[in-house]
Design a protein around this ligand. Structure first.
Ligand code: GRG
Length: 295
């Protein structure tokens, strides 16, 4: 099977797993649950759960225990997108080719749906305790999930990004924002996969570095696509960085250098992967694909 077909098959399987964990749209709080499910099922590349599962397999993981964490990371990622699209942040009307959650359900429901997903993510992740006796691994994975999505991770990056909106930005601050806002969840995805499969501290540290590089390459490519792609392909408006007066990697370094760096940073991630001396060809192809991705 070629990479494209394998990728599609994996996305389909992840969609099925997500559906297994989504709440039933019933009861008095039905509207917020509908808003949560709407945002979760609006599409998306499912990159983070995929990276988690592939890293889990890289370290020999074969069980279901990774599933609740795959769902949890996608819920946290989706909540961050729902909140990022709110009028108080980027005020975007389209995401993943569909109307944003607040555009359909109103601003208050958008906030609550994001909050709901964040809590549900941890509720899902703790379901791993009912599936496996590897409590120590599950505990470590939970700690990574909480840390990398919080103020020392994604929320911290987002807050510095918001604080600097429209201001001139130096490379160090931009690096900080990218490492946390985008990198932290990608690091968490890969680290949790490794931890659940029983990787040791040194291996997890290498995986963290791979995740950081993948996250950086991913974010630079996101900046590039914001300028070079179309709204139809991306499923969200283009030129949003300019609209939001954002300094990006492309603004600071230029388009050509940004393209060169995506390649270089991804190659560094692949070199680190080699160092682990473990084999997962799909994971390698997935990281390579990020260099040429068009959405
Ligand atoms: C609101 C706490 C909070 C955090 C927001 C995710 C985020 C942080 C901001 C969104 C804007 C942005 C450019 C984030 C960087 C990460 C990124 C490129 C997100 C989009 O991820 P994809 O492309 O999205 O994987 P899909 O829709 O494919 O899942």
């Amino acid at each position: 099977m070629n990479f494209k077909n394998e990728l599609e098959q994996r996305v389909d399987t992840i969609e099925q797993t997500l559906k297994e964990f989504l709440p039933k749209e019933e009861g008095f709080a039905k509207t917020v649950i509908q808003a949560m499910n709407y945002s979760m099922l609006a599409g998306g590349k499912r990159l983070r759960p995929m990276l988690m599962e592939e890293t889990y397999k890289l370290f020999g993981g074969k069980d279901e225990i990774v599933k609740p964490f795959m769902v949890a990371i996608e819920m946290i990622h989706t909540y961050s997108l729902v909140h990022d699209d709110l009028p108080a942040m980027d005020n975007d009307e389209y995401r993943r080719g569909k109307k944003t959650t607040h555009a359909v359900y109103g601003e208050a429901m958008g906030i609550l749906a994001g909050d709901g997903l964040l809590n549900l993510a941890f509720e899902c992740a703790t379901m791993a305790f009912d599936m496996d006796l590897e409590y120590k691994r599950i505990g470590r994975a939970l700690k990574i999930l909480a840390n990398k999505s919080g103020v020392y991770g994604m929320i911290g990056g987002q807050s510095v990004d918001i604080e600097n909106d429209g201001k001139p930005l130096d490379k160090d601050t931009l690096d900080f924002i990218y490492r946390l806002k985008t990198g932290a969840l990608i690091e968490a995805s890969m680290m949790i996969g490794a931890v659940l499969a029983g990787a040791d501290e040194e291996q997890v540290s290498i995986v963290e570095q791979i995740g950081a590089k993948v996250g950086l390459a991913f974010q630079i490519q996101d900046d590039i696509l914001d300028i070079t792609s179309t709204a139809e392909v991306l499923g969200k408006p283009i030129n949003s960085d300019e609209k939001n007066h954002k300094i990006t990697y492309v603004t600071l370094k230029g388009l050509d250098k940004a393209k060169k760096d995506v390649k270089e940073v991804s190659q560094l991630a692949l070199a680190l992967l080699e160092r682990l001396q473990l084999k997962n060809d799909f994971l390698k192809d997935l990281i390579e694909m990020l260099i040429t991705r068009e959405k």
